[in-house]
Design a protein around this ligand. Structure first.
Ligand code: HEC
Length: 138
């Protein structure tokens, strides 16, 4: 039994006793929590890999992307004509009340009001965004 527990214990002890890793670990935990929340709240409509089928637009590289700009996706007029860029603040407002934030969108209402949950999902969305917009999914 202890044989099976050892790697998990090493991981826990390692994470809590090496201060230099603390920030990195904190960020990694946020991303992991955000991924789980994304799976629960967003994944059924959004892929994060452009080659996967996606009912909504794929969300890889969403941070800093112009709204309604994913090639060949059939957006609502409201989203396509909005002229906004997906900043963290815009993504928060969208998660909180997307159809209030942008009347006419065809994304069904999601109401994620908890700021911590928004933080986690944002951390995950940042983690699947690259500075130069190149794909990280392969
Ligand atoms: C029921 C399906 C559904 C769910 C669940 C859903 N979305 Fe969407 N999403 C869509 C559709 C459809 C669009 C396109 C909306 C339009 O054209 O008006 C969209 C658009 C978006 C956009 C704009 C993308 C772009 O290219 O401009 C973002 C950002 C987004 N969704 C994030 C999320 C996040 C984050 C979640 C989870 C918290 C989520 N969505 C949950 C269906 C969904």
């Amino acid at each position: 039994m202890t044989r099976f527990l050892t790697p998990a214990l090493i991981a826990i002890v390692g994470a809590t006793t090496i201060p230099a890793l603390a920030n990195e670990t904190f960020e990694a935990v946020k991303i992991e929590a955000g991924e789980a929340l994304f799976e629960a709240e967003c994944r059924r409509c959004h892929s994060t890999t452009p080659s996967d089928a996606s009912y909504g637009p794929p969300l890889e590289n969403i941070l800093g992307r112009a709204a309604g700009s994913y090639p060949d996706y059939d957006y609502s007029i409201a989203l396509e004509a909005s002229g906004i860029v997906w900043t963290p603040a815009a993504l928060r407002a969208w998660m909180e009340d997307n159809d209030g934030f942008m009347p006419g969108t065809k994304m069904r209402h999601v109401g994620i009001e908890d700021r911590t949950v928004q933080d986690f999902i944002l951390a995950y969305l940042v983690s699947i965004t690259t500075r130069d917009g190149s794909a990280i999914s392969e």
